[in-house]
Design a protein. Structure first.
Length: 196
């Protein structure tokens, strides 16, 4: 099975994440999308994160009605901070029957050359790219990474919703309900998450 791995802290998961994941499941050759909940992104402050299992629960609530999308806690059991290359090696070892690809925004592609063992990732895994607002991205059309045969650009909707903004707005008592699935909003609201 061809599986697309959509990594994120999902702090919290919002409708933008679902739009991208569903688009990849419906309009690419990927058969399933696995939302990989990252316990500790090397580029993010750990203290701003909701508990790992709470974020995993929010993802599971959000994807209940999407049979092609699954949540995984695979990175919870790996050494931290998490590096994508290690996660890919672990998944390949655990599920040799599957073919794993990465899903990332166009903005992340620009910094791919800074990732640990990025050459190995590119040689062994396809990468599916969804667009981001172009003004934030310097086009590097002559870049070897941009034009690599394993890079697949998918014409997905451009979604600019930020988990950071959602957290800030909840803290400031703004209504963010349209940005979250109903069950996710209800769980966050019931537990008073992101209020301080």
């Amino acid at each position: 099975m061809k599986i697309g791995l959509y990594f994120g802290t999902f702090n919290p998961i919002h409708v933008g994440h679902l739009i991208i994941a569903n688009h990849m499941a419906e309009y690419s050759d990927l058969e399933q999308i696995w939302m990989v909940v990252t316990p500790h992104n090397p580029h993010k402050q750990k203290n701003t994160l909701l508990d790992d299992y709470q974020r995993l629960h929010l993802v599971n609530l959000a994807i209940e009605e999407y049979p092609k999308i699954k949540a995984t806690d695979v990175e919870f059991k790996l050494s931290q901070p998490n590096y994508t290359v290690n996660t890919l090696a672990h998944l390949k070892d655990k599920f040799p029957q599957h073919e794993f690809s990465l899903i990332m925004g166009e903005d992340n592609l620009k910094s791919l050359h800074k990732w640990k063992n990025y050459e190995y990732i590119l040689e062994n895994h396809a990468i599916y790219i969804y667009p981001r607002v172009s003004q934030a991205i310097e086009k590097e059309s002559d870049s070897a990474v941009q034009n690599h045969p394993k890079i697949h650009k998918i014409d997905a909707p451009i979604v600019e919703i930020s988990s950071t903004d959602i957290r800030e707005n909840i803290k400031n008592k703004k209504n963010v309900r349209p940005l979250l699935s109903e069950k996710v909003w209800n769980y966050i609201d019931h537990n008073n998450f992101y209020l301080d």
